[in-house]
Write a protein that binds this ligand. Sequence first.
Ligand code: P53
Length: 490
Amino acid sequence: MSLPKDFLWGGATAAHQFEGGYLEDGKGLCSGDVVTSGDGRNGIQRRVTYTLPDGEYGSQFVFPYQDLPQDTKLSCHEDEFYPTHEASDFYHHYKEDIALMAEMGFKCYRMSINWARILPHGDDEIPNEKGLEFYDRVFDECLKYHIEPVVTLLHFETPVSLINRYGAWIDRRCVDAFVKYCEFVMKRYQHKVKYWMTFNEINNMEILPLYAGGLLKNDDQSKATATYHQFIASAKVVKMAHEINPEMKVGMMIAYTAAYALTCHPRDELKLMKDNQIRHFYCDVQCRGHYPQYKLKEYQRNGIHLPVLEGDQQILKEGTVDYIGLSYYSSSCVSGDEKQETTSGNMTTSIINPYLKTSEWGWLVDPVGLRIALNQLYERYELPLFIVENGLGAIDHMENGQIHDTYRIEYLKEHIYEMKKAIEEDGVDLMGYTPWGCIDVISAGTGEMRKRYGFVYVDKDDSGNGTMKRYKKDSFYWYQKVIQSNGEEI
Ligand code: P53
Protein backbone atom coordinates (compact mmCIF):
# COMPACT_ATOMS: atom_id res chain seq x y z
CA MET A 1 0.00 0.00 0.00
CA SER A 2 1.24 3.48 -0.69
CA LEU A 3 0.03 7.05 -0.61
CA PRO A 4 -1.96 8.49 -3.52
CA LYS A 5 0.31 9.65 -6.37
CA ASP A 6 -1.06 13.18 -6.27
CA PHE A 7 -0.62 13.53 -2.48
CA LEU A 8 0.16 17.17 -1.74
CA TRP A 9 3.41 17.24 0.23
CA GLY A 10 4.49 20.74 1.11
CA GLY A 11 4.85 23.29 3.87
CA ALA A 12 2.87 26.17 5.36
CA THR A 13 3.33 29.80 6.39
CA ALA A 14 1.13 32.84 7.03
CA ALA A 15 1.65 36.28 5.52
CA HIS A 16 2.11 38.30 8.70
CA GLN A 17 4.46 35.75 10.27
CA PHE A 18 6.60 35.35 7.17
CA GLU A 19 6.43 38.23 4.69
CA GLY A 20 7.55 41.37 6.50
CA GLY A 21 7.25 44.43 4.23
CA TYR A 22 4.46 45.45 6.57
CA LEU A 23 3.77 48.83 4.98
CA GLU A 24 5.42 48.26 1.65
CA ASP A 25 3.81 49.07 -1.69
CA GLY A 26 0.67 50.51 -0.14
CA LYS A 27 -0.19 47.78 2.36
CA GLY A 28 -2.41 48.78 5.30
CA LEU A 29 -2.00 47.55 8.88
CA CYS A 30 -3.48 44.21 9.86
CA SER A 31 -4.23 42.84 13.32
CA GLY A 32 -0.98 40.86 13.33
CA ASP A 33 0.99 44.11 12.88
CA VAL A 34 -0.09 45.68 16.17
CA VAL A 35 1.02 42.85 18.44
CA THR A 36 4.34 43.05 20.30
CA SER A 37 6.80 40.30 21.02
CA GLY A 38 6.47 38.03 24.04
CA ASP A 39 8.58 35.38 25.69
CA GLY A 40 7.24 31.85 25.82
CA ARG A 41 9.77 30.72 28.37
CA ASN A 42 9.24 33.41 30.94
CA GLY A 43 5.53 33.53 30.35
CA ILE A 44 5.58 37.09 29.03
CA GLN A 45 2.52 37.37 26.83
CA ARG A 46 2.24 39.31 23.59
CA ARG A 47 0.41 42.62 23.87
CA VAL A 48 -1.77 44.54 21.44
CA THR A 49 -1.04 48.28 21.36
CA TYR A 50 -3.59 51.04 20.95
CA THR A 51 -4.28 54.77 21.23
CA LEU A 52 -6.92 56.10 23.61
CA PRO A 53 -9.24 58.95 22.59
CA ASP A 54 -6.98 61.46 24.44
CA GLY A 55 -3.96 60.38 22.37
CA GLU A 56 -2.32 58.29 25.12
CA TYR A 57 -0.82 54.92 24.19
CA GLY A 58 -1.80 51.76 25.95
CA SER A 59 -1.31 48.03 25.59
CA GLN A 60 -2.91 44.85 26.77
CA PHE A 61 -2.34 41.09 26.69
CA VAL A 62 -3.61 39.21 23.69
CA PHE A 63 -4.13 36.14 25.87
CA PRO A 64 -5.91 36.07 28.24
CA TYR A 65 -7.86 38.82 26.58
CA GLN A 66 -10.05 41.49 28.15
CA ASP A 67 -12.32 44.13 26.66
CA LEU A 68 -10.23 47.10 25.50
CA PRO A 69 -11.15 50.59 26.80
CA GLN A 70 -13.97 52.34 24.94
CA ASP A 71 -13.13 54.11 21.66
CA THR A 72 -9.68 52.57 21.51
CA LYS A 73 -7.94 52.61 18.14
CA LEU A 74 -5.36 49.91 17.47
CA SER A 75 -2.04 51.44 16.45
CA CYS A 76 1.72 50.92 16.51
CA HIS A 77 3.90 52.69 19.03
CA GLU A 78 7.51 53.67 18.25
CA ASP A 79 8.85 52.40 21.59
CA GLU A 80 7.55 48.88 21.00
CA PHE A 81 9.01 46.00 19.01
CA TYR A 82 6.70 44.32 16.51
CA PRO A 83 8.37 41.16 15.24
CA THR A 84 6.04 40.70 12.27
CA HIS A 85 7.00 44.02 10.64
CA GLU A 86 10.07 42.43 9.14
CA ALA A 87 9.32 38.77 9.95
CA SER A 88 11.41 36.50 7.70
CA ASP A 89 11.25 39.05 4.88
CA PHE A 90 9.72 36.66 2.36
CA TYR A 91 8.54 39.84 0.64
CA HIS A 92 12.09 40.25 -0.66
CA HIS A 93 13.28 36.63 -0.46
CA TYR A 94 10.39 34.88 -2.17
CA LYS A 95 12.41 33.71 -5.17
CA GLU A 96 15.09 32.17 -3.02
CA ASP A 97 12.53 30.69 -0.63
CA ILE A 98 10.37 29.12 -3.29
CA ALA A 99 13.52 27.71 -4.92
CA LEU A 100 14.31 26.05 -1.55
CA MET A 101 10.78 24.62 -1.39
CA ALA A 102 11.24 23.30 -4.93
CA GLU A 103 14.55 21.74 -3.95
CA MET A 104 12.77 19.83 -1.19
CA GLY A 105 10.30 18.66 -3.83
CA PHE A 106 7.22 20.49 -2.55
CA LYS A 107 4.05 19.69 -4.47
CA CYS A 108 2.21 22.53 -2.77
CA TYR A 109 2.83 25.60 -0.64
CA ARG A 110 0.23 26.78 1.87
CA MET A 111 0.37 30.53 2.45
CA SER A 112 -2.03 33.35 3.19
CA ILE A 113 -2.86 36.49 1.29
CA ASN A 114 -2.66 39.51 3.53
CA TRP A 115 -6.04 41.20 3.02
CA ALA A 116 -4.55 44.65 3.83
CA ARG A 117 -2.04 44.29 0.99
CA ILE A 118 -4.96 44.04 -1.45
CA LEU A 119 -7.38 46.42 0.30
CA PRO A 120 -5.37 48.63 2.71
CA HIS A 121 -8.52 49.68 4.60
CA GLY A 122 -10.24 46.34 4.15
CA ASP A 123 -13.12 47.71 2.09
CA ASP A 124 -11.50 49.95 -0.53
CA GLU A 125 -13.40 50.25 -3.81
CA ILE A 126 -10.33 49.60 -5.91
CA PRO A 127 -7.69 47.02 -5.03
CA ASN A 128 -4.07 47.96 -4.61
CA GLU A 129 -2.45 46.81 -7.85
CA LYS A 130 1.00 46.58 -6.28
CA GLY A 131 -0.32 44.17 -3.67
CA LEU A 132 -2.00 42.04 -6.32
CA GLU A 133 1.20 42.00 -8.35
CA PHE A 134 3.20 40.70 -5.40
CA TYR A 135 1.03 37.59 -5.13
CA ASP A 136 1.09 37.19 -8.92
CA ARG A 137 4.86 37.01 -8.68
CA VAL A 138 4.69 34.52 -5.80
CA PHE A 139 2.18 32.25 -7.55
CA ASP A 140 4.09 32.42 -10.85
CA GLU A 141 7.26 31.46 -9.05
CA CYS A 142 5.48 28.49 -7.45
CA LEU A 143 3.93 27.35 -10.72
CA LYS A 144 7.32 27.57 -12.43
CA TYR A 145 8.32 24.63 -10.18
CA HIS A 146 4.89 22.92 -10.39
CA ILE A 147 4.17 23.85 -6.79
CA GLU A 148 0.43 24.21 -6.22
CA PRO A 149 -0.37 27.27 -4.08
CA VAL A 150 -2.87 26.57 -1.26
CA VAL A 151 -4.20 29.91 -0.08
CA THR A 152 -5.71 30.89 3.26
CA LEU A 153 -7.85 33.99 2.79
CA LEU A 154 -7.62 35.16 6.40
CA HIS A 155 -4.87 34.07 8.77
CA PHE A 156 -5.01 36.44 11.79
CA GLU A 157 -4.78 39.42 9.39
CA THR A 158 -7.99 41.43 9.67
CA PRO A 159 -7.28 44.99 8.43
CA VAL A 160 -6.85 47.37 11.38
CA SER A 161 -8.96 49.98 9.63
CA LEU A 162 -11.99 47.67 9.77
CA ILE A 163 -11.31 47.01 13.45
CA ASN A 164 -11.01 50.69 14.28
CA ARG A 165 -13.99 51.83 12.25
CA TYR A 166 -16.52 49.23 13.29
CA GLY A 167 -15.07 46.48 15.41
CA ALA A 168 -14.38 44.16 12.49
CA TRP A 169 -16.27 40.84 12.60
CA ILE A 170 -18.77 42.03 15.16
CA ASP A 171 -20.27 44.09 12.34
CA ARG A 172 -22.04 42.63 9.30
CA ARG A 173 -20.23 45.14 7.06
CA CYS A 174 -17.11 43.06 7.61
CA VAL A 175 -18.85 40.16 5.85
CA ASP A 176 -19.43 42.29 2.76
CA ALA A 177 -15.87 43.61 2.84
CA PHE A 178 -14.42 40.10 3.11
CA VAL A 179 -16.57 38.72 0.31
CA LYS A 180 -15.54 41.61 -1.93
CA TYR A 181 -11.85 41.04 -1.09
CA CYS A 182 -12.27 37.35 -1.90
CA GLU A 183 -13.98 38.19 -5.16
CA PHE A 184 -11.03 40.38 -6.18
CA VAL A 185 -8.42 37.74 -5.43
CA MET A 186 -10.39 34.74 -6.66
CA LYS A 187 -11.15 36.37 -9.99
CA ARG A 188 -7.59 37.51 -10.35
CA TYR A 189 -5.89 34.23 -9.40
CA GLN A 190 -8.47 31.63 -10.49
CA HIS A 191 -6.10 30.17 -13.07
CA LYS A 192 -3.18 30.09 -10.66
CA VAL A 193 -4.77 28.92 -7.40
CA LYS A 194 -7.07 25.93 -7.13
CA TYR A 195 -7.10 25.29 -3.36
CA TRP A 196 -8.38 27.91 -0.92
CA MET A 197 -9.29 28.07 2.76
CA THR A 198 -11.48 30.76 4.28
CA PHE A 199 -10.56 31.32 7.98
CA ASN A 200 -7.43 29.98 9.62
CA GLU A 201 -8.24 28.13 12.85
CA ILE A 202 -11.72 29.60 12.97
CA ASN A 203 -12.17 28.13 16.46
CA ASN A 204 -9.45 30.43 17.78
CA MET A 205 -12.29 32.90 18.32
CA GLU A 206 -12.73 31.12 21.66
CA ILE A 207 -9.36 32.09 23.12
CA LEU A 208 -7.76 34.58 20.74
CA PRO A 209 -10.62 36.80 19.56
CA LEU A 210 -8.22 39.53 18.45
CA TYR A 211 -6.36 37.16 16.11
CA ALA A 212 -9.37 35.31 14.80
CA GLY A 213 -11.91 38.11 14.63
CA GLY A 214 -10.17 41.43 15.15
CA LEU A 215 -12.34 41.80 18.25
CA LEU A 216 -11.79 44.50 20.85
CA LYS A 217 -14.05 42.62 23.24
CA ASN A 218 -13.96 39.21 24.81
CA ASP A 219 -17.53 38.58 25.91
CA ASP A 220 -19.48 35.54 24.73
CA GLN A 221 -22.05 37.57 22.80
CA SER A 222 -19.38 39.38 20.76
CA LYS A 223 -17.62 36.14 19.96
CA ALA A 224 -20.85 34.37 18.97
CA THR A 225 -21.77 37.30 16.70
CA ALA A 226 -18.33 37.44 15.08
CA THR A 227 -18.31 33.68 14.53
CA TYR A 228 -21.77 33.86 13.00
CA HIS A 229 -20.55 36.53 10.59
CA GLN A 230 -17.53 34.43 9.64
CA PHE A 231 -19.78 31.45 8.92
CA ILE A 232 -21.95 33.58 6.66
CA ALA A 233 -18.88 35.05 4.95
CA SER A 234 -17.30 31.63 4.47
CA ALA A 235 -20.49 30.18 2.99
CA LYS A 236 -20.87 33.10 0.61
CA VAL A 237 -17.27 32.75 -0.51
CA VAL A 238 -17.56 29.00 -1.11
CA LYS A 239 -20.59 29.54 -3.34
CA MET A 240 -18.99 32.46 -5.14
CA ALA A 241 -15.77 30.53 -5.76
CA HIS A 242 -17.67 27.73 -7.46
CA GLU A 243 -19.43 30.29 -9.65
CA ILE A 244 -16.19 32.04 -10.59
CA ASN A 245 -14.48 28.78 -11.45
CA PRO A 246 -15.94 25.34 -10.69
CA GLU A 247 -12.40 23.96 -10.56
CA MET A 248 -11.67 25.83 -7.34
CA LYS A 249 -11.96 23.98 -4.03
CA VAL A 250 -12.63 25.89 -0.82
CA GLY A 251 -12.03 24.43 2.59
CA MET A 252 -12.58 25.45 6.19
CA MET A 253 -9.70 25.32 8.68
CA ILE A 254 -9.76 24.25 12.29
CA ALA A 255 -7.25 23.94 15.11
CA TYR A 256 -7.93 20.31 15.91
CA THR A 257 -6.75 17.99 18.61
CA ALA A 258 -7.43 14.52 19.87
CA ALA A 259 -8.90 14.88 23.32
CA TYR A 260 -8.92 12.19 26.00
CA ALA A 261 -10.79 11.76 29.24
CA LEU A 262 -8.33 11.45 32.13
CA THR A 263 -10.24 8.48 33.58
CA CYS A 264 -13.28 6.37 32.78
CA HIS A 265 -15.24 8.25 35.44
CA PRO A 266 -18.48 9.33 33.68
CA ARG A 267 -17.81 12.85 34.95
CA ASP A 268 -14.60 12.90 32.85
CA GLU A 269 -16.30 11.38 29.81
CA LEU A 270 -19.04 13.98 29.98
CA LYS A 271 -16.41 16.69 30.09
CA LEU A 272 -14.78 15.11 27.04
CA MET A 273 -18.08 15.11 25.16
CA LYS A 274 -18.55 18.81 25.90
CA ASP A 275 -14.95 19.54 24.95
CA ASN A 276 -15.42 17.82 21.60
CA GLN A 277 -18.60 19.78 20.96
CA ILE A 278 -16.69 23.04 21.40
CA ARG A 279 -14.44 22.03 18.49
CA HIS A 280 -16.95 20.21 16.30
CA PHE A 281 -19.36 23.12 16.38
CA TYR A 282 -17.22 24.97 13.82
CA CYS A 283 -17.07 21.96 11.50
CA ASP A 284 -20.75 21.13 12.02
CA VAL A 285 -21.86 24.51 10.70
CA GLN A 286 -19.40 24.72 7.84
CA CYS A 287 -19.71 21.09 6.70
CA ARG A 288 -23.41 20.47 7.39
CA GLY A 289 -24.74 23.97 6.73
CA HIS A 290 -26.67 24.58 9.93
CA TYR A 291 -26.19 25.16 13.66
CA PRO A 292 -26.21 22.03 15.84
CA GLN A 293 -28.82 21.71 18.60
CA TYR A 294 -26.30 21.57 21.45
CA LYS A 295 -25.00 25.02 20.50
CA LEU A 296 -28.45 26.55 20.06
CA LYS A 297 -29.42 25.28 23.51
CA GLU A 298 -26.25 26.68 25.02
CA TYR A 299 -26.92 30.09 23.45
CA GLN A 300 -30.50 30.01 24.69
CA ARG A 301 -29.37 29.18 28.23
CA ASN A 302 -26.83 31.99 28.22
CA GLY A 303 -29.09 34.60 26.64
CA ILE A 304 -27.00 34.87 23.46
CA HIS A 305 -28.69 36.07 20.29
CA LEU A 306 -27.52 35.52 16.75
CA PRO A 307 -27.79 38.44 14.30
CA VAL A 308 -29.77 36.42 11.76
CA LEU A 309 -30.98 38.16 8.59
CA GLU A 310 -33.52 36.81 6.15
CA GLY A 311 -31.95 34.34 3.77
CA ASP A 312 -29.07 33.43 6.07
CA GLN A 313 -30.23 29.84 6.55
CA GLN A 314 -30.12 29.37 2.81
CA ILE A 315 -26.65 30.93 2.62
CA LEU A 316 -25.27 28.50 5.22
CA LYS A 317 -26.90 25.57 3.48
CA GLU A 318 -25.56 26.43 0.06
CA GLY A 319 -22.06 27.25 1.18
CA THR A 320 -20.78 24.09 2.79
CA VAL A 321 -17.08 23.51 2.30
CA ASP A 322 -15.29 21.16 -0.10
CA TYR A 323 -12.74 19.92 2.42
CA ILE A 324 -11.49 20.34 5.99
CA GLY A 325 -8.04 21.79 6.65
CA LEU A 326 -6.72 21.15 10.13
CA SER A 327 -3.75 22.04 12.26
CA TYR A 328 -2.60 19.33 14.61
CA TYR A 329 0.20 19.85 17.11
CA SER A 330 -0.78 18.02 20.24
CA SER A 331 -3.56 16.24 22.06
CA SER A 332 -5.28 17.29 25.22
CA CYS A 333 -6.60 15.56 28.26
CA VAL A 334 -9.71 16.64 30.14
CA SER A 335 -11.26 15.92 33.50
CA GLY A 336 -14.43 16.96 35.26
CA ASP A 337 -12.31 17.36 38.38
CA GLU A 338 -10.86 20.88 38.41
CA LYS A 339 -7.93 20.15 40.71
CA GLN A 340 -5.67 18.48 38.12
CA GLU A 341 -2.27 19.86 37.17
CA THR A 342 -2.14 21.45 33.70
CA THR A 343 0.33 22.17 30.88
CA SER A 344 -0.02 24.78 28.13
CA GLY A 345 -1.19 23.71 24.70
CA ASN A 346 -1.83 25.59 21.51
CA MET A 347 -5.55 25.99 22.06
CA THR A 348 -6.29 25.29 25.67
CA THR A 349 -4.40 24.33 28.72
CA SER A 350 -4.52 20.58 29.08
CA ILE A 351 -4.24 18.29 32.02
CA ILE A 352 -0.84 16.63 32.06
CA ASN A 353 -1.08 13.26 30.33
CA PRO A 354 1.27 10.87 32.14
CA TYR A 355 1.86 8.86 28.96
CA LEU A 356 3.13 11.74 26.81
CA LYS A 357 6.20 13.96 26.58
CA THR A 358 5.93 17.71 26.15
CA SER A 359 7.79 20.08 23.83
CA GLU A 360 10.06 22.85 25.15
CA TRP A 361 6.96 25.05 25.17
CA GLY A 362 4.89 22.53 27.11
CA TRP A 363 2.82 21.19 24.20
CA LEU A 364 1.98 17.49 24.55
CA VAL A 365 3.55 15.43 21.77
CA ASP A 366 1.17 12.74 20.54
CA PRO A 367 1.56 11.20 17.06
CA VAL A 368 -1.12 8.54 17.64
CA GLY A 369 -3.46 11.39 18.47
CA LEU A 370 -3.09 12.54 14.87
CA ARG A 371 -4.45 9.22 13.59
CA ILE A 372 -7.31 9.44 16.05
CA ALA A 373 -8.04 13.04 15.07
CA LEU A 374 -8.12 12.21 11.36
CA ASN A 375 -10.47 9.30 11.97
CA GLN A 376 -12.79 11.35 14.14
CA LEU A 377 -13.15 14.07 11.53
CA TYR A 378 -13.46 11.72 8.60
CA GLU A 379 -16.07 9.51 10.26
CA ARG A 380 -18.12 12.53 11.21
CA TYR A 381 -18.06 14.48 7.94
CA GLU A 382 -16.83 12.16 5.18
CA LEU A 383 -15.09 15.06 3.49
CA PRO A 384 -11.49 15.10 2.25
CA LEU A 385 -9.09 16.26 4.96
CA PHE A 386 -5.89 18.25 4.58
CA ILE A 387 -3.29 18.49 7.37
CA VAL A 388 -2.24 22.08 6.78
CA GLU A 389 -0.19 22.51 9.98
CA ASN A 390 1.84 20.15 12.14
CA GLY A 391 5.30 20.39 13.59
CA LEU A 392 7.61 20.99 16.50
CA GLY A 393 8.53 24.45 17.72
CA ALA A 394 12.08 24.09 19.05
CA ILE A 395 15.29 26.00 19.66
CA ASP A 396 17.90 25.25 16.98
CA HIS A 397 21.65 25.63 17.39
CA MET A 398 23.73 26.45 14.36
CA GLU A 399 27.34 25.27 14.21
CA ASN A 400 29.46 26.02 11.15
CA GLY A 401 26.34 26.67 9.12
CA GLN A 402 24.79 23.34 10.11
CA ILE A 403 21.72 22.59 12.21
CA HIS A 404 21.31 19.04 13.44
CA ASP A 405 17.60 19.05 14.25
CA THR A 406 17.12 15.35 14.98
CA TYR A 407 14.31 16.19 17.45
CA ARG A 408 12.29 17.76 14.63
CA ILE A 409 12.89 14.85 12.27
CA GLU A 410 11.81 12.50 15.05
CA TYR A 411 8.59 14.45 15.67
CA LEU A 412 7.64 14.66 12.00
CA LYS A 413 8.59 11.06 11.28
CA GLU A 414 6.30 9.76 14.01
CA HIS A 415 3.42 11.94 12.83
CA ILE A 416 3.84 10.94 9.19
CA TYR A 417 3.87 7.29 10.28
CA GLU A 418 0.48 7.70 11.97
CA MET A 419 -0.86 9.77 9.10
CA LYS A 420 -0.03 6.92 6.73
CA LYS A 421 -1.84 4.46 9.00
CA ALA A 422 -4.92 6.66 8.89
CA ILE A 423 -4.84 6.63 5.09
CA GLU A 424 -3.75 3.09 4.41
CA GLU A 425 -5.40 1.15 7.23
CA ASP A 426 -8.37 3.32 8.12
CA GLY A 427 -9.23 4.67 4.68
CA VAL A 428 -9.18 8.37 5.56
CA ASP A 429 -9.26 10.56 2.46
CA LEU A 430 -6.30 12.89 3.01
CA MET A 431 -5.32 15.44 0.38
CA GLY A 432 -1.94 16.43 1.69
CA TYR A 433 0.43 17.39 4.44
CA THR A 434 2.00 20.80 4.93
CA PRO A 435 4.13 21.10 8.10
CA TRP A 436 4.01 24.50 9.75
CA GLY A 437 6.66 27.18 9.27
CA CYS A 438 8.59 25.21 6.63
CA ILE A 439 11.01 28.12 6.50
CA ASP A 440 11.34 29.66 9.99
CA VAL A 441 8.60 32.18 10.82
CA ILE A 442 7.69 34.35 13.79
CA SER A 443 5.70 32.41 16.38
CA ALA A 444 2.06 33.45 16.53
CA GLY A 445 1.69 32.50 20.16
CA THR A 446 4.78 34.20 21.56
CA GLY A 447 6.19 36.45 18.83
CA GLU A 448 9.52 34.70 19.25
CA MET A 449 11.87 33.78 16.42
CA ARG A 450 13.65 31.10 18.42
CA LYS A 451 10.53 28.95 18.48
CA ARG A 452 11.39 27.46 15.11
CA TYR A 453 9.52 24.91 13.00
CA GLY A 454 11.38 25.09 9.70
CA PHE A 455 13.41 22.85 7.44
CA VAL A 456 15.22 26.06 6.59
CA TYR A 457 16.81 28.23 9.27
CA VAL A 458 16.45 32.00 9.00
CA ASP A 459 19.31 33.83 10.69
CA LYS A 460 17.45 36.23 12.91
CA ASP A 461 16.94 36.46 16.67
CA ASP A 462 14.09 37.45 18.97
CA SER A 463 15.14 41.12 18.93
CA GLY A 464 15.19 41.24 15.14
CA ASN A 465 18.98 41.05 14.70
CA GLY A 466 20.58 38.79 12.11
CA THR A 467 21.62 38.50 8.48
CA MET A 468 18.34 36.94 7.28
CA LYS A 469 20.44 34.37 5.51
CA ARG A 470 18.82 30.99 4.90
CA TYR A 471 20.48 27.71 5.98
CA LYS A 472 19.30 24.17 5.26
CA LYS A 473 18.80 22.13 8.42
CA ASP A 474 19.30 18.34 8.53
CA SER A 475 15.51 18.02 8.35
CA PHE A 476 15.65 19.69 4.92
CA TYR A 477 17.45 16.71 3.40
CA TRP A 478 15.32 14.26 5.35
CA TYR A 479 12.04 15.79 4.12
CA GLN A 480 13.37 15.87 0.57
CA LYS A 481 13.73 12.07 0.74
CA VAL A 482 10.29 11.65 2.28
CA ILE A 483 8.72 13.53 -0.60
CA GLN A 484 10.86 11.86 -3.24
CA SER A 485 9.72 8.44 -2.03
CA ASN A 486 6.11 9.63 -1.58
CA GLY A 487 6.31 8.78 2.11
CA GLU A 488 7.84 5.32 1.69
CA GLU A 489 11.12 6.39 3.31
CA ILE A 490 10.56 8.23 6.54
P1 P53 B 1 3.11 29.10 17.50
C1 P53 B 1 -2.70 29.56 19.25
C2 P53 B 1 -3.60 28.62 19.34
C3 P53 B 1 -3.74 27.72 18.32
C4 P53 B 1 -2.97 27.79 17.21
O1 P53 B 1 1.89 28.28 16.89
C5 P53 B 1 -2.10 28.77 17.07
C6 P53 B 1 -1.95 29.65 18.13
C7 P53 B 1 -0.94 30.65 18.12
O2 P53 B 1 0.11 30.07 18.83
O3 P53 B 1 -1.43 28.96 15.97
C8 P53 B 1 -1.37 28.11 14.86
O4 P53 B 1 3.58 29.99 16.43
C9 P53 B 1 -1.44 29.08 13.74
C10 P53 B 1 -0.10 29.55 13.27
C11 P53 B 1 0.91 29.37 14.39
C12 P53 B 1 1.03 27.88 14.69
O5 P53 B 1 -0.22 27.37 15.09
O6 P53 B 1 2.55 29.84 18.64
O7 P53 B 1 -2.30 28.80 12.69
O8 P53 B 1 -0.25 30.87 12.84
O9 P53 B 1 2.14 29.93 14.10
C13 P53 B 1 2.06 27.53 15.74
O10 P53 B 1 4.12 28.10 17.91
